[in-house]
Unconditional design. Structure first.
Lengths: 262, 316
């Protein structure tokens, strides 16, 4: 099977971004970029699925030329080839419409995406893409056996594919829902689907020779005018600094008499 | 003049509190469109929920059909689109629950609408809305520029709506959703006698500091029992399989804002804090005085949780 996996280049989630004084964006100095962590889970799942069923994993990123680094990281994990759609910052809707074009070109059996990008926290692109394509969707894919299971240690996929359908356990409100979607489909990953592998040294060496096709976004003929415009960024209201209490007695006293919450 | 449509979520035959918080947002939106707030109830045998929702909105559209028994996004998104047309709505909102996040972007695609996720409020008199990005480290003001606008609203940021003066009308909506390429297989519900995490007024959350699953239950459950609290957890312990996924509090889990939040053995990573910093009073119990959780805690207790929690239990 052929799997298209999306990898977004995002700001390092371990570091706080700095807002520009005019609120128009973020300071780029000292900024570090990583592959969106949910997308690494998507790459891992794609590799497990193609190991079991055969086929290729194609990694797509939409972003600046530097996003090649994040594509290479996915290639080093084991994906076969990459596509970089050269573009500025797009909203999830434009991303979905660019991906729709690529899906029409590439004809994958499955598109695996992260459930949310950790920079914009939108949680939209996969559902939008499925909607545009008229494909079924299974969002927030998880592993029923858990992340400590024998299946996980044996690197078995959490998504089960058979007879042209994928069975997906989803992290829903109040429990785990299992659905089946007919391929081709869009699946988005949650945290409990797998532990993504680290790239090995030979993997990194091999990745250097793997092809990455560069496509200027303008050549796709997709209208990328944002449907959601960012007007400004600002700091959230700060919580007032609290106090340290000396012991349990003081804590109970404060909760009863100061905060009056118990 | 156009209307605003709130997509309801029905659990156990009843409209959820998250739905009513979205009605509050919708009432604000209706001031801007000059129209009325409509509701949409989707499912099978949801008549009672529709009657309930009608107390809050001018018209409830009900798509009641065996094919809609389970919340399948592929089907529900089509119903949302049809209902928006029936309601004459240009603004469509739903609570930012896992279900809302699944269905609404797909519905937005079908309607050609732009969408803002996880909205926490309006930024002014226009269509600018606020939403957290970067794990809540940054608040963005964004504007959906399309004629039709879709929003998911963060339930903790809005009060549940009060009933309107007069009950609204209930109107049947028939949508054929044949040819689905999605099949429902099963739902494995987390069973709990405790209050719901997102609705509880007290939440006690445990982290990796508890060391093992057994301790989580031995230490956290009596504390929750004593306080009538819901139990939450950090990602670390959910990943370890100590507790169900449904209990994760944070950027990519549940967002909670109880009166009292007690974090036990949780370091306070930004992704965790994103899901609980709206709580009224925050207590942290951690043996590391440098743990970042103390930066958001109103009351921090530097102590070994294995001693402090049992003592707290005794003295409460
Ligand atoms: C994409 C992404 C999304 C994420 N989403 C979430 C999310 O939604 N929610 C979430 O929680 N995390 C999330 N995380 C993970 C987050 O970054 C942290 O790794 C996680 O919150 C840490 O959990 P913890 O505090 O339980 O564990 P740790 O960071 O290991 O902290 C354990 C704490 O326990 C204390 N401790 C140890 N022993 C004792 C004792 N005897 N008495 C008292 N204290 C003790 C230690 O001092 C320490 O501070 C996400 C991460 C990523 C990359
Ligand atoms: N610029 C991009 N390039 C590649 N994939 C993307 C891009 N933006 C979003 N995605 C994918 O869509 C998912 C959801 O993104 P979002 O809707 O922005 O939260 C991410 O996890 C990625 O897999």
């Amino acid at each position: 099977m052929k799997i298209l996996v999306t990898v977004k280049r995002v700001t390092d989630y371990e570091r706080k971004v700095k807002i520009k004084p005019d609120g128009s964006g973020f300071e780029t100095e000292g900024m570090n970029f990583v592959p969106n962590p949910f997308d690494e889970i998507a790459v891992e799942e794609a590799l497990r699925l193609t190991k079991e069923h055969g086929g290729d994993v194609v990694v797509v990123s939409i972003g600046p030329n530097d996003a090649t680094q994040q594509i290479r990281q996915a290639l080093a994990m084991g994906a076969q080839r990459g596509i970089l759609v050269q573009a500025g910052e797009l909203d999830s809707d434009a991303v979905a419409r660019v991906l729709q074009k690529l899906v029409e070109k590439e004809n994958p059996d499955l598109v695996l995406m992260g459930k949310q990008a950790t920079d914009d926290d939108a949680n939209q692109a996969g559902q939008l893409l499925a909607g545009y394509l008229g494909w079924p969707q299974a969002t927030f894919a998880s592993k029923t056996e858990g992340l400590e299971s024998a299946e996980e240690k044996a690197q078995k996929p959490g998504v089960k594919v058979a007879d042209g359908w994928a069975s997906v356990a989803r992290e829903a409100d109040g429990g785990i829902e299992t659905i089946k979607v007919q391929l081709p489909a869009v699946i988005t990953t949650d945290l409990r689907l797998n532990h993504p592998r680290f790239a090995s040294l030979p993997g990194i060496m091999k990745a250097k020779k793997k092809p990455i096709e560069e496509i200027p976004v303008a050549s796709l003929g997709v209208d990328i005018t944002p449907k959601v415009r960012v007007l400004k960024y600002e700091e959230p209201p700060a919580r007032l600094a609290g106090v340290k209490v000396a012991d349990v007695d003081e804590l109970v006293n404060k909760l009863k008499n100061e905060a009056k919450v118990i | 003049m156009s209307n605003v449509l709130v997509v309801a979520e029905v659990v156990g035959g009843a409209v959820t509190k998250a739905t009513l918080t979205s009605v509050t947002f919708a009432r604000e939106a209706a001031k801007r469109t000059g129209g009325q707030v409509h509701g949409l109830v989707i499912g099978q045998g949801v008549g009672a929920a529709a009657t309930e929702l009608a107390k809050y909105v001018s018209t409830v559209h009900v798509a009641d059909d065996a094919a809609l028994k389970n919340p399948i996004a592929e089907a529900y998104a089509q119903v949302v689109k049809a209902a928006a047309e029936a309601a004459g709505a240009t603004v469509i909102a739903m609570g930012a629950t896992a279900h809302g996040k699944d269905v609404m972007p797909r519905a937005a695609a079908l309607m050609g609408a732009g969408m803002a996720s996880d909205v926490t409020g309006f930024a002014g008199d226009g269509w600018g809305v606020k939403r957290p990005v970067q794990a809540g480290n940054v608040i963005a003001t964004v504007e959906v520029t399309t004629d039709k606008k879709v929003f998911t609203t963060r339930p903790t940021e809005f009060e549940a709506a009060a009933e309107a003066g007069a009950a609204g009308a209930v109107s049947a909506l028939s949508v054929s959703v044949g040819g689905l390429k999605t099949q429902f297989v099963s739902f494995d519900a987390v069973k709990s006698e405790r209050p719901q995490l997102t609705e509880a007024s007290v939440v006690v959350s445990g982290g990796r500091g508890l060391k093992e699953a057994d301790n989580f239950h031995k230490i956290m459950e009596p504390l929750a029992d004593k306080l009538g609290a819901a139990i939450g957890a950090s990602r670390a312990v959910v990943d370890a399989g100590w507790v169900p996924n449904d209990m994760q509090v944070g950027q990519t889990g549940k967002v909670v804002a109880p009166n009292l939040y007690i974090a036990v053995g949780i370091s306070g990573a930004i992704q965790h804090v994103a899901g609980m910093k709206g709580s009224k009073t925050i207590v942290a119990i951690n043996k590391d005085p440098e743990a970042p959780i103390f930066q958001v805690a109103d009351y921090g207790l530097v102590a070994d949780l294995f001693k402090a929690v049992p003592e707290l239990l005794e003295k409460l």
